[in-house]
Design a protein around this ligand. Structure first.
Ligand SMILES: Nc1ncnc2c1ncn2[C@@H]1O[C@H](COP(=O)(O)OP(=O)(O)OP(=O)(O)O)[C@@H](O)[C@H]1O
Length: 328
């Protein structure tokens, strides 16, 4: 039985490690996440922090060099990690959870009409007839703002913004409960980015879909976000309501990140975060941000757990051990 108050997605201690020549890279290293029904969770993080790996772990799109893939993933009350590959592929992947992969709009098949490409999940995973699938494609195109005439076009005949809407249609055509979007607008100009974000907001409002939006772009993501999770070196360091995160970030890394976002009418230059993220192959013991943290103290040599704060926030930092930041 599903309980409407339960989050749609609950992830606990998710690990995805890769075998490499230098050793084991811990790209996702103990991630806990919740995504509510009809909620958009934005996953922020610098390049290499493990965001795409997290998405692939949820979709079970794993490369061959996986060293470890473990944890709990519950979707609508169903435990997914214990499911065998065949059941996961037929029942979950692209059906209940779908994804727009990074640079997907450049990966459309150049010699197949876009309508047929969007229909493919229905034809392959659900065995729908061509006519029924095409009818649904036309409906989905309308949802993402693509005219039905485009069904018979080839990818090269479409602008970047239109191709991005087509890959979004591909992710939505099976009416999944959860859609993961990996940097969906980073290759687009700002106006096109804004129109895609508006499409996502409308779909969320009208269809109740939940989203995980992966990005390093704080400004664009703030449009859609209900909650924010900030990733650093394979771990989630803060997970908060979006308003709290953007206005009162709690983790020292979140504060530095928000200070580094350029703003209009700002007299001070935006800040920057000195130093580099740690190597995921042999990450330091203790807090992974400690080396770059202006608020570092003795306790940071130990690995902090995620402390629960008021307002449904979780912050992985010793400064919050008592439930509040010591001096804000
Ligand atoms: N198949 C793989 N084998 C080995 N290492 C990998 C593999 N895929 C990713 N990595 C490494 O895992 C780490 C996390 O990569 P990931 O792509 O998940 O990060 P990201 O935050 O999405 O970065 P970006 O924003 O640049 O895509 C990086 O150090 C990357 O080099």
């Amino acid at each position: 039985m599903t309980d409407a108050r339960e989050p749609l997605l609950q992830v606990r201690n998710l690990q995805l490690h890769y075998r490499t020549r230098r050793g084991t890279a811990r790209a996702v290293d103990g991630v806990d996440l919740d995504v509510g029904r009809n909620e958009a969770l934005v996953v922020l993080g610098e390049s290499g922090s493990g965001k795409s790996s997290l998405a692939k772990a949820l979709m079970r799109l794993l490369p061959r060099n996986v060293a470890r893939y473990s944890g709990q993933v519950m979707l609508g009350g169903d435990e997914l990690m214990g499911m065998d590959d065949e059941r996961f592929r037929s029942g979950v992947q692209w059906n209940r959870i779908s994804m727009v992969m990074q640079a997907a709009m450049n990966a459309l098949n150049p010699v197949v009409r876009v309508g047929e490409q969007v229909a493919e999940p229905l034809r392959v995973h659900r065995g729908w007839s061509k006519e029924a699938a095409m009818e649904r494609v036309v409906e989905t195109f309308a949802t993402v703002g693509v005219s039905r005439d485009f069904v018979t076009r080839y990818p090269f005949e479409l602008s970047g913004g239109m191709r991005q809407r087509v890959v979004l249609a591909m992710a939505l055509v099976t009416e999944p409960e959860l859609v993961i979007l990996d940097e969906p607008t980073s290759a687009l100009d700002v106006l096109t980015q804004a129109s895609i974000m508006n499409v996502l907001k409308r779909i969320k409002r009208e269809q109740g879909t939940s989203f995980i939006l992966i990005t390093h772009d704080v400004a664009t993501s703030s449009e859609l976000a209900d909650r924010v999770a900030l990733m650093y070196a394979g771990q989630i360091v803060e997970q908060s309501d979006a308003r709290d995160f953007f206005h009162h970030p709690a983790h020292p890394y979140s504060k530095l990140l928000m200070d580094s976002v350029p703003r209009l009418h700002q007299s001070e230059p935006p800040g920057y975060i000195p130093g580099e993220p740690p190597d995921l192959i042999d990450p330091p013991a203790g807090c992974r941000f400690a080396d770059r943290c202006p608020r570092r103290f003795g306790r940071c040599s130990e690995d902090p757990p995620a402390f629960e704060l008021d307002g449904d926030r979780r912050v992985r930092c010793w400064l919050h051990e008592e439930g509040t930041d010591h001096d804000g």
